[in-house]
Design a protein around this ligand. Structure first.
Ligand SMILES: [Zn+2]
Length: 139
């Protein structure tokens, strides 16, 4: 049931990763880490590339830096009411990268490559959960 409520469109549910959604609702950004090779995954994965892993949950700070971004003016049907919106790729301080929408609170002229951002869970109407990149409050 893990990804049942995640995203604006439904993802395939996977029981092993249920905790991702539960924690997201509690405001936590969770990744998984391989106990054997130490590789960290976000979004969480149930199995490691090394194929001998046992995965454990780790909470990420959410702190990240913007690596690149693009503003979309056209979008697939389920996102058509959102345009224009900006998608960013950011790198967590823990290492993995995330592709996520930038908060609409961020003005287009504020968005700069290398800026510090925080990935935060957002609850949509109807209880669906997404996450987005927000400006760090200290900035
Ligand atoms: Zn591994």
């Amino acid at each position: 049931m893990s990804f049942a409520k995640f995203g604006k469109v439904s993802y395939v549910s996977e029981t092993k990763l249920q905790e991702f959604e539960t924690k997201l609702e509690a405001g936590k950004i969770m990744g998984t880490k391989c106990k054997k090779c130490g590789r960290l995954y976000f979004p969480p994965r149930a199995d490691c590339d090394c194929m001998k892993g046992e995965m454990e949950w780790v909470e990420l700070s959410g702190n990240c830096k913007l690596m690149t971004f693009t503003t979309l003016h056209f979008a697939p049907a389920s996102f058509r009411y959102e345009v224009p919106y900006t998608l960013g790729v950011a790198q967590f301080e823990e290492g993995p990268t995330v592709l996520a929408p930038l908060s609409k609170e961020l003005g287009e002229d504020e968005i700069k490559i290398g800026m510090s951002l925080k990935l935060v869970p957002v609850e949509l109407m109807g209880g669906r959960m997404i996450y987005e990149l927000k400006k760090l409050e200290s900035q």
